[in-house]
Design a protein around this ligand. Structure first.
Ligand SMILES: [Zn+2]
Length: 288
């Protein structure tokens, strides 16, 4: 066993699998202690019957209960040592009425959630912490709030861990975007043929501007080869069946998934070990 601990702060059940599934499994295989903090219960996800959150019969509590089981399964698949659920209500996408629920994560004062997180950090003392960038990677309020509480919690610690944000290099994002647009076009055509009118989804927006989700390739400071554990990442995503049924990942065969998902990328935000350039080990600077 090592004395290394990794802790990620994720917004919803399933985010741990999509952005850090490979890293979690890889670290578990190395004997590293891994902690997952999941901020919300995911009430605004799709219902088990596929109902969208704006449907009349969509029951957020039922969705959360389903997702809790799915998260348990993913945690098992990824070999995560400890799961902490902060238990906030899902805030929904930006502008949704759920944003105003006083129990939702977005409406929670940063200081109070940060104090809760700081307590966990003080107990676990992870050398490496991961969350999303200031835009929450894609503009979701709960992801933005995960960033805010993590930054605030780090201020409360008596030591400085290395903080990473997850990232997708522009070169990879271009390929993914082409795939999404292609899928969107095909769905629109199928809808039109079936006489269904649907607004195109369009690009993610934040504060009235189109959000650029990619990171210039040269700014990527950690590229982790997770090709040995892509099957576990796939299985962890598949564990979130109620959310993933329609996702582009689940449309890939395991072979395609292995080809496409062999790397996870991160940007270093704090750098107490004075690392330079791009590393291939998230614990670079901490191993003897
Ligand atoms: Zn999420």
């Amino acid at each position: 066993m090592s004395d290394l601990t990794f802790l990620a702060v994720h917004a919803h059940p399933d985010d741990e699998a999509s952005s850090t599934g490979g890293l979690y499994r890889l670290l578990a295989n190395q004997g590293v202690r891994t902690v997952l903090v999941t901020c919300t219960n995911g009430e605004c996800g799709d219902a088990p019957d596929g109902a969208k959150p704006d449907a009349d019969h969509h029951d957020g509590d039922l969705v959360a209960a389903t997702r809790a089981h799915e998260l348990d399964r993913a945690v098992e698949v990824l070999g995560i040592s400890r799961l902490v659920r902060l238990g906030y209500r899902d805030s929904g996408m930006m502008g949704w009425p759920q944003n105003n629920d006083p129990e939702c994560f977005w409406a929670t004062p940063v200081a109070s959630a940060a104090a809760q997180l700081a307590e966990i950090l003080m107990t676990e003392r992870p050398q490496v912490v991961m969350t999303y960038n200031e835009a929450g990677f894609y503009g979701h309020p709960d992801h933005i709030q995960a960033n805010r509480i993590t930054l605030a919690a780090l201020e409360l610690l008596d030591y400085e861990p290395t903080l990473y944000y997850n990232a997708i290099p522009d070169s990879v994002m271009d390929i993914m975007r082409a795939r999404w647009e292609d899928e969107d076009r095909r769905r629109a055509e199928a809808d039109a043929a079936a006489g269904i009118e649907r607004e195109p989804e369009g690009p993610p927006m934040l504060d009235g501007e189109e959000l650029h989700m990619g990171t210039p390739d040269e700014l990527i400071s950690a590229a982790i080869d997770v090709s040995s554990v892509t099957d576990a990442k796939y299985d962890a995503l598949a564990a979130h069946a109620s959310q993933m049924g329609d996702s582009f990942w689940m449309k890939m065969s395991k072979d395609e998934f292995r080809q496409a998902m062999g790397t996870e990328w991160f940007v270093r935000v704090t750098n107490p070990r004075h690392l330079e350039g791009r590393v291939t080990d998230i614990f670079a600077g901490y191993r003897d």
